[in-house]
Design a protein around this ligand. Structure first.
Ligand code: F6P
Length: 322
């Protein structure tokens, strides 16, 4: 099959570095003589035919911006079989031969379904959560970690001045990676993640008491979103230790900001790889980074892979932050 026209969309939660991926898809395809359409607001744009013709200059001056120039959405209509068929028909009407879908697992399920309806799709992992099993890194994760670290550093200043404890929730949905690495980077006394069961007395209170006896007077506890309950945890800490405690949910601030170099480079390489696959008539793949190499997997195999949490790193974190 000759690839004449491809489309690119971003879907699900935005992530810094998505713009770099869009830029790379557009410029790679144009260099190969392929027309590119930008689809706005995720799969909704495919359902409504909300597309724009992309040229070399459409993606100028975006590589350093967070968010996504194509906007994004989660589309309930597209998650139905009728919605997928409607989107596939729209692709045919617009002469779209293939689609690059930049997003997370949910977006890849959509890409798999659209491929089954005859439209070749390639997924590019873009999410701050780093929760996609087939890849070592997702676009946006590095920026979010650095943002979370900077925010906790700021909290730490005031926490230290008041001899307090800060209980901080970081994003990540059901994945504890963002919390684990942020916790290491800020020297959190305890890191609570959904992947590792914890005992509040042993893993929080006792650790705080121990460090208190060795002279420490202020504490940071990092809690993954998948554990949650930071207000309750903070109140319990105050009750049990007598240390004044405050809860902070970092929230969506972690999704914004200029992407780090790592996310810009990763987005660029992955976008290039995705457009090249489509040029060669290859779809139903997810682009990934494995041991510093850009590779790709069958979408269904990628979705079936199980994420492995780095338990060893988790234990090291607790050994050295005491
Ligand atoms: O998947 C990215 C993410 O930011 C998660 O960390 C978080 O659970 C979720 O999206 C928040 O979604 P929304 O932007 O719809 O509130």
């Amino acid at each position: 099959m000759n690839t004449n026209t491809i489309a690119v969309l971003t879907s699900g939660g935005d992530a810094p570095g998505m713009n770099a991926a869009i830029r790379a898809v557009v410029r790679t395809a144009l260099a190969d003589g392929i027309r590119v359409l930008g689809v706005r607001r995720g799969y909704n744009g495919l359902l409504n035919g909300d597309v724009i013709d992309m040229n070399l200059r459409s993606v100028s001056d975006i590589i350093h911006h967070g968010g996504t120039m194509l906007y994004t959405a989660r589309s309930p209509e597209f998650s139905t079989p009728a919605g997928v068929k409607k989107a596939a028909n729209m692709c045919r009407n617009l002469n779209i031969d293939g689609v690059v879908v930049i997003g997370g697992d949910g977006s890849f399920r959509g890409a798999r379904d659209l491929t089954a309806e005859g439209i070749l799709c390639v997924g590019v992992p873009g999410t701050i959560d780093n929760d996609i099993a087939c890849t070592d890194y997702t676009i946006g994760y590095d920026t979010a970690m650095n943002t979370a670290m900077e925010m906790v550093d700021r909290l730490r200043d005031t926490t230290e001045s008041h001899d307090r404890c800060s209980v901080v929730e970081v994003m990540g949905r059901r994945c504890g990676d963002l919390a684990l690495n942020t916790g290491i980077a800020v020297g959190a006394t305890s890191i609570l993640v959904p992947e590792i069961p914890f005992d509040f007395e042993r893993d929080v209170v006792e650790r705080m008491r121990f460090t208190q006896r060795t002279g420490k007077k202020h504490f940071v506890i990092v809690v993954a979103e998948g554990v949650g309950g930071v207000s309750e945890i903070s109140e319990k800490i105050q009750q049990e230790t007598g240390i004044e405690s405050r809860a902070t949910i970092l929230g969506h601030v972690q999704r914004g900001g200029s992407p780090t170099m790592r996310d810009r480079v990763l987005g660029s390489l992955m976008g290039n790889h995705a457009a090249t696959l489509l040029k060669n008539g290859i779809g139903n793949r997810v682009v990934a980074m494995k041991q510093n190499k850009i590779v790709d997997f069958d979408i269904t195999d990628a979705l079936n892979q199980k994420r492995v949490f780095d338990v060893e790193r988790y234990h090291i974190a607790h050994k050295i932050s005491i």
